[in-house]
Ligand binder design. Structure first.
Ligand code: FMN
Length: 180
């Protein structure tokens, strides 16, 4: 797909068909997301692709801070991707001190770029996705038994779209851009 078309036609998809997302497709998407830029090329983002319905159901019930809107999305997705960040590297010096005044900001910055790259790569392959931020990190960490030294950045339900969402309006360029 042409880059501009891919960027403009990607939508947050919250309803999915039952079509399986194969490990090969997951590998293709992560291989593309691996090309996202990162702080000093630290590449701190990791992907846990949950395909087991029982685990997805637990995360959907216990990992949404009572925001049941997200529960439905997660339960209906063939794959629930949990994006994590290895902590203490992106934006950090070797001695563990912050590289900039923005502290831990840069690992989330890297994760955001990786998330969009992941979603665009998925869209290019005909899959839909949505980034979910309303999540209960501690609960999900416990369910997946995530390693020490990783924090959850976001969740991304993934599958083949069962809806074609209308594009939410975007701000006009003149509201966004100041040329100085
Ligand atoms: C950091 C972040 C967190 C988000 N969290 C949620 C969420 O918890 N639940 C949800 O349904 N959508 C969530 N979204 C999706 C946004 O609502 C969506 O991107 C926005 O409305 C624009 O729609 P579009 O992605 O189709 O262009 C999130 C998006 C981002 C980038």
């Amino acid at each position: 797909m042409e880059t501009r078309t891919c960027i403009e036609t990607r939508r947050s998809v919250r309803k999915f068909t039952e079509q399986e997302v194969t490990p090969e497709v997951l590998e293709q998407i992560v291989a593309a997301a691996a090309w996202a830029p990162s702080w000093k090329n630290t590449q701190v983002v990791r992907y846990y692709a949950v395909r087991t319905q029982e685990i997805k159901d637990r995360i959907a019930r216990e990992g949404v801070m009572d925001f049941t809107w997200n529960t439905k999305i997660m339960q209906g997705a063939p794959v629930l991707v949990v994006m994590t960040m290895v902590t203490g590297r992106s934006g950090f010096e070797k001695d563990g001190s912050f590289s900039t005044s923005k502290g831990t900001h840069w690992q989330s910055f890297d994760a955001g770029i990786a998330a969009q790259t992941f979603c665009l790569a998925a869209h290019d392959l005909g899959l839909g996705s949505v980034i979910l931020g309303v999540i209960d990190e501690a609960a999900i960490r416990g369910i997946l038994n995530l390693p020490e030294g990783e924090e959850i950045a976001a969740l991304i339900p993934l599958g083949y779209p069962a809806e074609e969402p209308k594009a939410p309006r975007r701000k006009a360029v003149e509201d966004l851009l100041t040329i100085c």
